[in-house]
Design a protein. Structure first.
Length: 194
């Protein structure tokens, strides 16, 4: 199993004394393993192309896509609790019914020009502690590496911090998942919320 290299945190802190004061949000990286997070000499990211990205709540109609995406070895190796396991339609239907009952999770489907390309979510939402975990997966191979994950992750962090009013969200990333390490760094480094 891959070693956890980094825990990426987005934290929101009030600036000033009033609750309505602007907030600062910055990425903080906690080293967990011994490997470097990004390879030396990494080329600069490609320019982001403006696309029609739509984020919608994950729904029952997404179940067949979720089966396809979770059974894709390029996706499974980074997101599955049981890498290599093949999921059936019934497995995902059962998962979805349990998800609907869970108030500590919010999942979304990522669409490009109306085409579902992946899913993302916020889990382990702790309202008393005002924190949660994030994840994102581009399930369609042809859509990876094109900037869609960056735009989706920016939306997800904003949703967690602004809409859900959380103070801290994190994404755990494994050493073999170089695209996600780069994505998290590019999308959150020194960003400011107002």
């Amino acid at each position: 199993m891959a070693q956890l290299v980094a825990r990426l945190l987005w934290e929101q802190e009030a600036v000033g004394s009033s609750p309505a004061a602007p907030t600062n949000c910055a990425l903080k990286e906690e080293a967990v393993g011994s490997s470097p997070c990004l390879p030396a000499g990494r080329p600069p990211p490609r320019p982001f192309k403006n696309v029609m990205l739509k984020i919608r709540p994950h729904s029952e109609k997404d179940i067949p896509l979720r089966v396809k995406w979770q059974n894709n070895p390029k996706v499974d190796r980074f997101i599955s609790d049981e890498p290599g396991r093949k999921f059936s339609l019934k497995d995902i239907q059962t998962w979805f019914q349990n998800y609907r009952k869970n108030r500590n999770k919010k999942f979304f489907t990522i669409c490009v020009d109306g085409i579902p390309i992946g899913w993302m979510g916020i889990s382990h939402i702790s309202k008393p502690n005002r924190n949660a975990d994030l994840f994102l997966a581009i399930g369609e191979d042809a859509y990876r590496g094109k900037g869609y994950g960056k735009q989706a992750l920016t939306w997800l962090v904003d949703y967690a911090l602004k809409k859900l009013k959380l103070h801290k969200v994190k994404a755990d990333v494994y050493e073999t998942n170089r695209p996600s390490l780069g994505l998290c760094h590019r999308s959150a480094s020194k960003r400011k919320d107002t």
